[in-house]
Structure formats: C-alpha cells, structure tokens
Design a protein around this ligand. Structure first.
Ligand SMILES: N[C@@H](CCC(=O)N[C@@H](CS)C(=O)NCC(=O)O)C(=O)O
Length: 218
C-alpha cells in the first residue's frame, strides 16, 4: 500500500480522507490526538510544521491540503469525476472553489482555537470571537448566494471542490447558525449523506476527537 494519510479526527485531513474514500483508493491511516502528538520528532520529520493533513505516496510527501487534493485528482481520478483538468471548461472555477475551502476554514480554525485550544477561558478573546464569527458568516454567504441557483459549486456537478467546501461547512456549523443559510443547509445535508463522507467521520466512540459538542458559542 503506498498511500499513507496522517490524520486527526475532523481536522482538515478529513477533507483528504473524504477525497480518498470517494476515489476508492487503498490507503493506510495514521491517526493522532490533536495536540502534542503532532510535535513528536518522528512526525515533524514528515510534516515539518506538525500539522495535518500530511500525505505520503511512495517517495512523495505533501503537507498542504489544497495541493494534496489537486495531486490526488490528477494522479488517480482517471475518469475525471472529481477533477477538472487543465483545458476543461470549469477548470478555473474548480481551482477557485477548491481553494476557497481554506478561506472558510481559517475562520473555523480561529474559532476552534478560541473555544477549544485555549484551555483557560480568561485567555480567550470576545473580540476575536465576534470578528471571526462574522467573517465566517460572510464567507458562507458567498456560497449561499451561488447555491441559490445550482446544486453544487460547479454547474457540471459534484467535484473535489465540494469536498473541500463541504468539510469547511462541517466545522462551520459548530460555530454559526445555519438557519440563516437555507441553500447551504440543503447542500451540507446532501454532502454529509454521501457514503464516503460518513466513512471519513470518526466512530461515535472514537477517542481523541477535537469536537465533542454540536455547537460552540462565544
Ligand atoms: N493550510 C493547511 C493548514 C493545516 C492545519 O493547520 N491543520 C490543522 C488541523 S485542521 C493542524 O494540524 N493544527 C495543529 C496545530 O496547529 O498544532 C492545510 O490546509 O493543509
């Protein structure tokens, strides 16, 4: 087996795992507790910042999720189901939405830091919470607008871009009220019902979950 994915439950590596599962690729999963385990020298030797995802494929090691998504699609999606190859009509939009996932996710990461990573409530910032929640909502509103006219991010249908954005929404719903986004809510429901999504979720009794609540409020 040549593909190894370094993963923490429901971290950004979930978008890589979901893509691997959609593509049906044989792989080995190495699961870490979110925190000090990622600073182990053995892990830093493959992922120098000690973050997930990190993907090994034979001699190749990659540690940026957008790049990993592009690599997996161009290497393994021979039928172009999730990939939009250079020259295809919606290739530029595919690239835009694939990487827009990170625009949404950085706000989720700040809120995760506030709600979970900063253990001492006295060190949390109400200003950061308000600012990041608002910026997260605005980044989702852009998707809401697009989805009022189509089912997926691309008119041509489901693609790896929906996996990136779908994962971002999976975390965003822990921090913002989705009732203000009816199209996004319908889209997320549809994406999260996919067998490959469900396979990428931790088992209900899994240890070392980052998120243990269904909603975090500032
Ligand atoms: N832009 C990077 C961000 C990777 C990242 O920050 N991952 C988080 C998990 S969602 C992480 O590993 N954090 C651990 C830490 O910062 O110690 C990517 O998309 O791969």
């Amino acid at each position: 087996m040549s593909i190894v994915l370094h993963h923490c439950h429901e971290a950004r590596s979930m978008r890589t795992l979901w893509l691997i599962n959609e593509l049906g690729l044989d792989h080995e999963l190495k699961i870490y507790a979110f925190g000090r385990a990622l600073r182990d020298p053995a892990y830093l030797a493959v992922s120098p910042l000690g973050r997930v995802p990190c993907l090994e494929d034979g001699d190749l090691t990659l540690f940026e999720s957008g790049a990993i998504a592009e690599y997996l699609c161009e290497t393994y999606d021979t039928q172009h189901l999730l990939w939009r190859a250079p020259g295809e009509n919606d290739r530029p939009e595919w690239l835009q939405w694939l990487h827009y996932a990170e625009t949404i996710t950085v706000h989720c990461a700040s809120l995760t830091q506030q709600a979970i990573a900063i253990a001492d409530p006295a060190l949390r910032s109400n200003t950061v919470w308000k600012l990041e929640s608002r910026r997260l909502e605005k980044s989702i509103a852009v998707v809401e607008d697009l989805l009022s006219a189509q089912e997926y991010l691309l008119k041509s249908g489901f693609s790896a871009a929906d996996i990136g954005v779908g994962y971002a929404l999976h975390v965003a719903k822990l921090f913002v009220d989705f009732s203000q986004f009816p199209h996004v809510s319908r889209y997320y429901q549809n994406l999260s019902a996919r067998p490959a999504f469900q396979k990428s979720m931790p088992a209900p009794d899994a240890k070392d979950r980052i998120y243990t609540k269904s909603r975090y409020v500032g």
